[in-house]
Write a protein that binds this ligand. Structure first.
Ligand SMILES: *Cc1c(COP(=O)(O)O)cnc(C)c1O
Length: 224
């Protein structure tokens, strides 16, 4: 077994143990391995031991990996910022888009050739220039637009805990946003939150999709 495969097993075991402690069914949880900047071979190693969900953040890399692994039993998650002119091409290989954050992206997806699942990205920082919606009003408005888009199945909210914010506090805010969203869109109850350093806090706050990179893949090679 490769080092990455062994780390995947170890993280999976930790998550299962944490689920048991929290009385949650691990079957209801997606472990998305974020493989950005890593080669296709690493994904092959993880596929060999049973990993099925992979996340990428740059279209130009993701599209190549998706082509290289075409026909394999895996689900691609797109977790990076989406430029609106890349939204349709991303939807050709990615099944789940975690970072819907504005009208232009949603409108571009309206003409996608495949149906995708989508999460609304929340911006929990004070910097309005970051990806993600800044308020519940903005979230609800975007959710309404998504609901009117036949090609997007709205699953819930996604967030990254900001640097310098206590993760439990950040994920509590995510839970509040999620509760507001589900009042209007009852089937959009999923939460994409939690990375290598903070997934336990995210899980405790109801995360359904953990996006874990380095603690499985090892350190990322420098981006090209
Ligand atoms: C890179 C990335 C991750 C994974 O981060 P790690 O700290 O390596 O686990 C998760 N979510 C997003 C949006 C990312 O860009």
């Amino acid at each position: 077994m490769s080092e990455a495969a062994a780390r995947w097993r170890a993280v999976r075991d930790q998550i299962d143990a944490e689920c048991q402690r929290l009385n949650r069914d691990p079957a209801g949880l997606s472990l998305v391995v974020v493989t950005k900047f890593h080669p296709v071979e690493l994904i092959e190693e993880l596929l060999a031991v049973g990993a099925r969900d992979f996340g990428e953040s740059r279209h130009q890399d993701a599209v190549q990996k998706a082509a290289a692994l075409e026909g394999r039993d895996l689900t691609w998650h797109f977790v990076g910022q989406i430029q609106s002119n890349k939204a349709r091409p991303i939807a050709q290989y990615a099944d789940v888009l975690h970072s819907l954050d504005r009208d232009s992206v949603v409108d571009a997806l309206a003409t996608a050739e495949r149906r995708v699942q989508g999460f609304i990205e929340l911006n929990l920082t004070d910097d309005p220039g970051r990806g993600g919606v800044n308020s519940a009003d903005e979230m609800l408005r975007l959710a309404e637009r998504i609901a009117q888009t036949e090609t997007i199945d709205l699953r819930g909210v996604m967030a990254v805990a900001p640097l310098g914010m206590d993760p439990p506090q950040a994920f509590e805010r995510v839970q509040t946003f999620s509760a507001i969203l589900t009042q209007a869109h009852s089937s959009a109850a999923e939460i994409s939150a939690g990375m290598s350093a903070d997934w336990e806090a995210a899980l405790a706050a109801g995360a359904t999709h953990l996006r874990i990179g380095t603690s499985i893949t090892g350190n990322r090679p420098q981006p090209r």
